[in-house]
Ligand binder design. Structure first.
Ligand code: NDP
Ligand code: 8X3
Length: 251
């Protein structure tokens, strides 16, 4: 029997790589994001590997999230795995210079978006008495760094919500895991620095950062554990990274 995974933010980076890894593990996929052409491209790439259902919505729009997920055809409602991955940093400034638009974006996408998607998916999982939610947190949800203020706060919230979900869902058969990556080279820094590719590339120079596939492999491992095992929290760092701010750039 096929299993179904829903991956948010599957148009790029960690979400895209996770969708591909789960497809190779035999999952049918519901993939979400705002960039339609990228979702269709992924669907084409996975033709012959698995069935892919693209769902286009902005996770900030609670009505759109609820409508898209609640109207899934019956054969797509038995979601076994939810990867709450959609998210980004917007800006890197001291709190006294922060932009209200950037703050809204990070809290609305990284925290409220994760909640909206979970709220829509959990009833399906409860109905079948099983499921696995993987929340993508960050090392920034464990340590605050200079100028990271609101992004860090959004990821601290993901940490708190992952723990809270694990407690509240304990009687439902739904497992909750949190994956906390360090530096992964994706479009993340390009988004943070508003399209400044040179500044973004600088974040990953002088050491070997993680690749999106490294996180995808970990997620594929987590969901393939036997029913009695839950990898509740995993931090995954490049070998050159010791903390949010200590990176050996001479490796
Ligand atoms: P990318 O920028 O490559 O991917 C971000 C994904 O999130 C895209 O698919 C994007 O899709 C989606 N997304 C962003 N905003 C929205 C929105 N409003 N509605 C719907 N989807 C949205 O970054 P990463 O792959 O690196 O980031 C994925 C997750 O990993 C994030 O939660 C990030 O915080 C976390 N993370 C990243 C690390 C890194 O170093 N890269 C380290 C630790 C955690 P689209 O634009 O099409 O909507
Ligand atoms: C992404 C990693 O260190 O840029 O969450 O915040 S970091």
């Amino acid at each position: 029997m096929f299993k179904i995974a829903l991956v948010t933010g599957a148009t790029s980076g960690i979400g895209r790589a996770t969708a591909i890894a789960l497809a190779k593990q035999g999952y049918q996929l519901i993939v979400t994001g705002r960039r339609k052409e990228r979702l269709e491209e992924l669907q084409q790439e996975l033709e012959g590997v698995t069935t892919v259902l693209p769902l286009l919505f902005d996770v900030r729009n609670k009505e759109a999230v609820q409508f898209a997920i609640a109207s899934l055809p019956e054969e797509w409602q038995q979601i076994d795995v939810l990867v709450n991955n959609a998210g980004n940093a917007h800006g890197l400034s001291p709190i006294q210079e922060g932009s209200l638009e950037d703050w809204d974006a990070m809290l609305d996408i990284n925290v409220k978006g994760l909640l909206y998607v979970s709220h829509a998916v959990i009833p399906f999982m409860q109905k079948q008495g099983r499921g696995h939610i993987i929340n993508i947190g960050s090392i920034a949800g464990k340590e605050v760094y200079a100028n990271g203020n609101v992004y860090c706060a959004s990821k601290f919230a993901v940490d708190a919500l992952s723990k809270a979900m694990r407690i509240d869902l304990i009687t439902t058969g739904i497992k909750v895991s949190e994956v906390n990556p360090g530096l992964v080279e994706t479009e993340f820094s390009e988004v943070r620095f508003k399209g400044d590719k040179e500044r973004a590339a600088g974040v990953y120079q002088g050491y070997q950062p993680l690749k999106a596939d490294d996180i995808a492999d970990l997620i594929a491992f987590i969901v393939s554990r036997p029913p009695h095992v839950n990898l509740a929290e995993v931090m995954i760092l490049p070998a050159a990274q010791a903390s949010a701010t200590v990176v050996n750039k001479n490796l």
